[in-house]
Design a protein around this ligand. Structure first.
Ligand code: ADP
Length: 485
């Protein structure tokens, strides 16, 4: 019972076997019945013909009929010939172990004899010229028989009857053989059902088992496993769904893991970024307390350094908060129609003095046009400051920083090119990550936080634009962004 509940194949097998047996049983029963009917009808016809034929034999009326003739006739159809007179008295009875000849004197009447099935009405029917028949037990001959009785005519009048009986055993035997064939067919059917079930187990239960295994690996956290699907049926469909589910789960979990990782990294980065300026401040203040600074100039230098670190900390905290806000979508962009020329020129001028100090040639270029876009001026300014600050910071004296404005079809493009060290290709996709710094040692002195580009990217994306970099190490970099008009 347990295995039945556990295996689909065994269920199928049982079902098929049951089907085979039910079908065979019914066809067997119906077939046998029909065949019996046909056999009996045929046999009856033959017997009737034989009886009619015998009744026409002249010698049959002869009281001293040659017994050999009757034996020959009875032997021909392996049965019994009985001749009775008008009143039903047996005249001859030959064959099937019987040998009564001309026994009219002994007065055995077929009607009412306890070993014979005949009734008075049967005799009357025969005497009216009818042919009658009987099938069943015939104790007189000690066996089951098929019997037919035809009228016996003498000079145009009915003078008695010829009754022919044939044993049923041979017919039953033939029907038995047929039933055996049905039985063999049943056995073959069961064997075929078994083979079919085994074949079905390949297409049915094996894929199901595979899916079961895949589901179990999923439960254990392995989502890489896929079920091979070939069929297009319901099982194939299920396998497809399972694969899709695994893929989706895998993706979701990877995203979750990545999110978790960035969150943890963020916390680690923030702590790290905070610790450095704090320890510098701590060092300088302790030096001051301990009176390590001898001269007034030295003390001023210490204080200036402390001040710088504090500014750095403030900037860091402000940027972190900013980035978090933009990322969480909590910063509302105050969109308005503005001319980018105005905004770019404004920021460019702020940096010109700085560039001159560093002996960097700074230039701003644009073809005539309106350069009107829908944007938040403060935020775009922040982007420009971040990009220009980076450009001026990385460019060495004698280098150049070029700002270019281009009006495209439905975008405005701003590009900032420097002749700085450039960014290695493998690092170019990474600079947009928070806290990412290409030159880790220089970042310290340069005072960058590694957040500027991350913030810039978020802002430009919030405007429906995009920001990219193209750079060759040793030659310089160009950062350009577009925003829709
Ligand atoms: P930071 O505040 O440190 O400059 P950013 O996010 O603005 O942070 O920049 C990330 C890193 O990308 C920088 O540390 C720097 O190494 C690199 N980078 C940015 N701009 C340039 C540039 N114009 N040329 C070369 N490297 C650059």
């Amino acid at each position: 019972m347990n295995i039945l509940r556990k295996s689909i194949v065994i269920k199928l097998w049982l079902l098929m076997v049951m089907l085979v047996l039910i079908i065979l049983y019914f066809t067997g029963v119906l077939q046998t019945a029909k065949l019996k009917q046909l056999y009996y009808a045929q046999q009856l016809e033959e017997l009737t013909n034989e009886a009619r034929h015998i009744s026409t034999i002249k010698e049959i009326h002869d009281q001293n009929l040659n017994v050999n003739l009757l034996y020959t006739l009875a032997g021909a159809f392996k049965g019994n010939i009985m001749v009775i007179d008008k009143q039903g008295y047996i005249v001859h009875c030959i064959g099937m172990g019987m040998s009564m000849q001309n026994v009219a004197g002994e007065k055995i009447n077929v009607v009412g004899h306890h070993d014979l099935p005949w009734k008075k009405s049967d005799l009357q029917s025969i005497m009216q010229g009818k042919t009658i028949s009987y099938r069943g037990a015939y104790h007189f001959l000690d066996t089951d028989v098929l019997t037919v009785a035809v009228p016996l005519y003498k000079e145009g009048k009915i003078a008695g009857s010829v009754m022919l009986s044939s044993p049923l055993a041979p017919i039953e035997e033939r029907i038995g053989a047929l039933q055996r064939i049905t039985l063999y067919a049943g056995l073959i059917g069961i064997a075929l059902a078994t083979i079919l079930s085994l074949l079905l187990s390949r297409t049915l239960s094996r894929p199901l088992l595979k899916m079961h295994q895949a589901a179990q690996s999923m439960a254990r956290g392995d989502y890489s496993r896929r079920v091979e699907v070939k069929s297009q049926d319901e099982i194939g469909l299920l396998a497809h769904s399972l694969n899709a589910l695994a893929a989706e789960l895998q993706e979701k979990i990877t995203t979750l893991e990545r999110l978790d990782k960035t969150r943890r990294e963020f916390v680690a980065n923030v702590s790290h970024e905070l610790r450095t300026p704090l320890s510098i401040i701590q060092g300088y203040t302790e030096a001051l307390i301990d009176g390590m600074a001898g001269t007034e100039a030295e003390r001023k230098k210490y204080l200036a350094d402390i001040h710088e670190e504090i500014l750095r900390l403030r900037r860091l905290v402000a940027e972190i908060l900013d980035l978090r806000k933009i990322e969480a979508g909590r910063v509302e962009m105050k969109m308005q129609k503005i001319s980018l020329i105005h905004l770019v020129s404004q920021v460019f001028e702020q940096f010109q003095a700085l560039a001159e100090d560093k002996q960097i040639i700074a230039s701003l270029d644009f073809a005539p046009g309106s350069y009107t876009v829908k944007a938040d001026p403060d935020r775009i300014k922040q982007v420009l400051i971040n990009l220009l600050d980076n450009a001026v910071r990385v460019t060495l004296p004698g280098g150049q920083v070029k700002v270019n404005l281009t009006e495209l079809k439905d975008m405005v493009q701003v590009s900032i090119t420097d002749t700085g060290p450039g960014i290695p290709p493998e690092e170019q996709p990474l600079i947009w990550e928070r806290f990412y710094k290409v030159d880790k040692s220089r970042a310290r002195t340069g005072g960058g936080t590694g957040l500027g580009l991350a913030i810039a990217k978020k802002i430009i994306e919030a405007h429906g634009g995009s920001i990219e970099v193209s750079s060759k190490p040793g030659k310089g970099s160009t950062f350009y962004f577009v925003i829709p008009k």
